[in-house]
Design a protein around this ligand. Structure first.
Ligand code: XUL
Ligand code: CO
Length: 439
């Protein structure tokens, strides 16, 4: 094993009174909550691009963190050093999954044949290095937004040649996902959208995206991929309008093109807030449609309007997220930290602090969400709020067995309805605070 992180100990659970910066305060992998261990509830994953790639570069300045891992960046030696560092990092934290884009794993060559050869080589190397460990791929994806060829989109491009490159990248990324035992395959439509309708045929673009996805499903199933495909909605950035605006939009798209049996949602917290939704809203919409698959765990900043990809620290949000995930019966995917250290947090120690923070935030969220469900006040209130639908007429409405005439007659008979019962928002917010802070 490599020794990039020699001065950092294995991260263990020490409990809430520990002040050890290199220990979990809440994430206790073997603790059982609602019949499953914490590690079963929380399949944490490392995002290859942020953790092993991002060095803090921004529009105004160069990188602040050294992610060379002793090699020259852009070489296969560097790609392999990232594998070594990633595995060492995951082992120290007890993380079992990783997620990647094709070009996070290897430097992209000018000729796609050479890129594919590199992907074969690196995936062999990953398999060799993870042999005998329980580290596996959570999901893979193709980066169809970075290369200039995708400037007008990938599935939505105006160029048939570029569309072929998108297809080739998806095909290869699916091959590698299956080879690495991935649980899922993600489509995030980074350039699938537009800047202006003056130059865009939206119908053609959306149909082409759907056809690319259909080909991916057909090919994936033919090579033995049994996992879920995911759409990761995001409303904007990089494009002004992105087609997969939010979960409701993406679900509608999947149903329109008959893709809903093979696809679920990969919900990212920061994308939810960019769409002016809460994280919980997006998880809830996915859950009630049977399409909650995986989560990109991060958070945005309410004062900034872009995708800051911060490590999650907000326990209120993680509690409500875990509440939805528990109600969905868990995830088919996992919790991928699509999160990066802040630019001045530029040491290896900071990489560990970030994951400890994120993992503890979701562990606390899980503990508190289970308490909320066991407490019952929220669920009972919601049941009571809709209790009029338990009556005979309410049941008929629910089953779609009433007519407008029948309901109109009932209204005329009543003359004036009683006010519906109070929404009790402030009481319910107090219940949440009580469960969160009673110790
Ligand atoms: C971009 C984003 C991506 C996807 C995978 O905002 O979240 O990294 O998760 O392409
Ligand atoms: Co993401």
């Amino acid at each position: 094993m490599s020794n990039f992180f020699d001065n950092i100990p294995e991260i263990k659970f020490e409990g809430k009174d520990s002040k050890n910066p290199f220990a979990f305060k809440y994430y206790d992998p073997k603790r059982v909550i609602m019949g499953k261990t914490m590690e079963e509830h929380l399949p944490f994953a490392m995002a290859w691009w942020h953790n092993l790639g991002a060095n803090g570069v921004d529009m105004f300045g160069r990188g602040t963190a050294d992610k060379s891992f002793g090699q020259t960046e852009g070489t296969m030696e560097h790609a392999k050093a990232k594998v070594d560092a990633g595995i060492e990092f995951m082992k120290k934290l007890g993380i079992k999954y990783y997620c990647w884009h094709d070009v996070d794993l290897v430097p992209e060559a000018d000729d796609i044949n050479e890129t594919n050869r590199r992907l074969d080589e690196i995936s062999d190397y990953i398999l060799e290095k993870t042999k005998g460990t329980d580290i596996k791929c959570l999901w893979g994806t193709a980066n169809m937004f970075g290369n200039p060829r995708f400037m007008n989109g990938a599935g939505s491009t105006n160029s048939v040649d570029v569309y072929c490159f998108a297809a080739a990248q998806v095909k290869k990324a699916l091959d590698i996902t299956v080879k690495l035992g991935g649980r899922g395959y993600v489509f995030w439509g980074g350039r699938e959208g537009y800047e202006t309708l003056l130059n865009t045929d939206v119908k053609l673009e959306q149909e082409n995206i759907a056809n690319l996805m259909k080909m991916a499903v057909k090919y994936g199933r033919s090579i033995g991929f049994t996992g879920d495909f995911y759409i990761e909605p995001k409303p904007k950035e990089p494009m002004k309008h992105q087609y997969d605006f939010d979960a409701a939009t993406a679900i509608g798209f999947l149903r329109q093109y008959g893709l809903d049996k093979d696809f679920k949602m990969n919900i990212e917290a920061n994308h939810a807030t960019l769409a002016q939704h809460t994280f919980q809203h997006e998880l809830c919409i996915s859950r009630i449609n049977g399409m909650l698959g995986s989560v990109d765990a991060n958070q945005g900043d309410p004062l900034l309007g872009w995708d800051t990809d911060e490590f999650p620290c907000n326990v209120y949000d993680s509690t409500m997220a875990m509440y939805e995930i528990l109600k969905a019966g868990g995830l088919t995917g996992g919790l991928n930290f699509d999160s990066k250290n802040r630019r001045p947090s530029n040491t290896y120690e900071d990489m560990f602090h970030a994951f400890i923070l994120g993992m503890d935030t979701f562990a606390l969220g899980l503990i508190k969400a289970a308490e909320l469900i066991e407490d019952g006040r929220i669920d009972n209130f919601i049941k009571e709020k809709y209790s009029s639908y338990e009556t005979e007429l309410g049941q008929k409405i629910r089953k779609g067995e009433t007519t407008l005439e029948e309901l109109s007659n009932k209204a005329l008979e009543l003359k004036k309805p009683e006010n519906p019962i109070s929404g009790r928002q402030e009481y319910l917010e107090g219940v949440i605070n009580n469960v969160l802070f009673r110790g």
